[in-house]
Design a protein around this ligand. Structure first.
Ligand SMILES: Nc1ncnc2c1ncn2[C@@H]1O[C@H](COP(=O)(O)OP(=O)(O)OP(=O)(O)O)[C@@H](O)[C@H]1O
Ligand SMILES: [Mg+2]
Length: 149
């Protein structure tokens, strides 16, 4: 792996813009198209908001340290791996959570499309999660425009 970047920040919704900006800055060094830039920014933004809102959103996580770690690296020329990790409440049933329109949000603010967006904007999406321990979202994105120079 090359060009590794690891960022740790507080997992609160106020930091969503910062998470997007960091993702944009990272991917910009590979000369992406505007579409690719938007896709990476949006996928990271969805993963980050999930960590803040769901991972650290429950009452029982109020006194937990809300740390989100984002890792970026290239696994081969023009192929980026991104991890967004939280130590929040975790996900009971991962495949159910990943279904389009599934949400545990009760006040109608959420559409349940975050994972679907991450899936469609990246080439590979993997979710590892354990209730009470946290969630790691791993995404692979190939930049079709990358020629290695
Ligand atoms: N990091 C996480 N920690 C705990 N639960 C999560 C996490 N990420 C997702 N989930 C669970 O998976 C569900 C689906 O997530 P998804 O992002 O697809 O939809 P949403 O966040 O509910 O709505 P939207 O993203 O459209 O605003 C969430 O409602 C939540 O229950
Ligand atoms: Mg979401």
């Amino acid at each position: 792996m090359e060009k590794e970047l690891k960022v740790q920040m507080e997992g609160i919704l106020e930091n969503q813009g910062l998470a997007r900006a960091i993702a944009a800055a990272y991917v910009s060094q590979f000369d992406p198209t505007l579409d690719e830039l938007t896709e990476v920014k949006t996928a990271v933004s969805e993963a980050f908001s999930n960590a803040a809102l769901h991972g650290y959103g429950g009452e029982h996580t109020e006194d937990v340290k809300k740390t989100v770690t984002m890792e970026f690296a290239t696994v081969s020329a023009g192929t980026i791996m991104i991890k967004v990790m939280d130590k929040g409440c975790g996900i009971e049933d991962i495949s159910k959570a990943m279904e389009p329109l599934f949400t545990t949000d009760t006040d109608q603010n959420r559409s349940g499309m975050g994972f679907t967006v991450m899936e469609s904007f990246t080439d590979r999406l993997k979710v590892d999660s354990k209730p009470g321990q946290g969630t790691t979202v791993t995404m692979i994105k190939k930049l079709d425009t990358y020629y290695g120079f």
